[in-house]
Design a protein around this ligand. Structure first.
Ligand code: ADE
Ligand code: ZN
Length: 351
């Protein structure tokens, strides 16, 4: 996928990227050796091949072609991340790449539960990301505010424990936190795990002064019901400020007006859907959201596990297949700025 010079030069903002989903085979190989972790692959090529995943989170839906599901591969990748330096390096690798693509501002997702459940202390994760957040400003001119993710296929109590442990690293209302993250999100396997199961967690985060977003992934079981809950039910319809993915809004009447009246933007990741949907099916849906006036922006999700298509490749795809003009592409970036939670000073600096 060749990146048009206009897309390459465009200043960008990324609001939907999982930092653990940017782990390259090269860094994973290096960290496995550094940390004495044995990989189930004999060669680097075998490791790189394990990034060829199936789209659906559920094995029985994919059919068994031997490939791991995306989440299996993603959490397997996490196993090499052990020390504060590892998390720092992972994030700095991403910031370097972001800088090369003219990305100015990012709101990366991170999981702590994926690491603490392997016995890694939360402080290693949080301090590593915090150091990268601070250093990337001077080194790569990339600013970031991060998003703590609840793993929705783990128990609510587990998520609450992880959240409480991470809270000293948040930018909370009282101004006392270390300022790494300013929002919470909801990720991992959505199957039979509707947003309302986590309402207590969202209420708590809201009280702490944090922003709220949640994944409503495309074509999951109960996708439109999950969207309905996210828009209308969480915190009595005053909870989520964005929805990650949310393409199924076009499938039920009332969802698009709900998004628009509340100013809820969608962080779309076109390549993630393009892996499964034909060009002529997918891009008209994105175009329709745009034409209906929904605030959408374009992102990469988990680029190293999705054929190495980063934000520039995702923008390229909508430029090519949605019939967007150059001015429209600028508007997409402006949408991202608008629905971002950067402070006003940063917002004016970004573009
Ligand atoms: N966590 C990280 N990447 C994810 C994805 N693509 N879907 C659901 N949960 C995730
Ligand atoms: Zn995502």
């Amino acid at each position: 996928l060749e990146i048009d010079p206009f897309i390459a030069a465009l200043p960008k903002v990324e609001l939907h990227v999982h930092i653990e989903g940017t782990l390259t085979p090269a860094l994973r190989w290096k960290l496995a050796h550094r940390n004495n972790i044995s990989l189930p692959y004999k060669t680097y090529d075998e490791l790189a091949n394990s990034y060829k995943v199936t789209y659906n989170h559920r094995r029985e839906v994919n059919g068994d072609n031997g490939a791991p599901t995306f989440l299996e591969a993603y959490f397997a990748g996490c196993q090499v991340l052990c020390t504060e330096d590892d998390f720092y390096e992972l994030a700095m690798d991403y910031f370097k790449k972001a800088h090369e693509m003219n990305v100015r501002y990012v709101e990366p997702f991170f999981d702590t539960q994926a690491h603490t459940r392997r016995g890694i202390p939360a402080e290693a994760v949080l301090n590593g990301y915090l150091r990268a957040q601070q250093e990337s400003v001077g080194k790569y001119s990339v600013r970031s505010n991060w998003i703590f993710c609840f793993l929705r296929d783990e128990a609510l109590e587990d998520g609450l424990d992880a959240y409480r442990a991470a809270l000293p690293w948040a930018r909370t209302r009282d101004g006392k936190g270390k300022g790494l993250f300013h929002a919470v999100g909801l990720a991992s396997n959505e199957y039979n795990r509707p947003p309302l199961l986590f309402e207590e967690a969202f209420r708590l985060a809201k009280e702490d002064g944090l922003h709220i977003t949640m994944h409503c992934d495309v074509d999951q079981k109960d996708a439109v019901e999950h969207m309905h809950e996210a828009i209308f039910d969480i915190c009595d319809g005053a909870g989520t400020e964005r929805i990650d993915h949310g393409l199924n809004a076009i499938d039920r009447e009332g969802l698009i007006p709900g998004l628009k009246s509340r100013g809820i933007g969608l962080t779309l990741c076109p390549h993630a859907y393009h892996r499964r949907q034909a060009t002529e099916v997918l891009f008209p849906k994105i175009r329709r959201l745009w034409d209906e006036g929904v605030k959408i922006c374009i992102n990469s999700d988990d680029p190293t596990y999705m054929h190495n298509v980063w934000i520039d490749g995702n923008m390229m795809k909508v430029y090519k297949y949605c019939g967007f003009t150059k001015a429209d592409m600028v508007t997409l970036v402006r949408n991202a700025v608008e629905i971002s939670w950067a402070d006003e000073g940063t917002k004016t600096e970004i573009l």
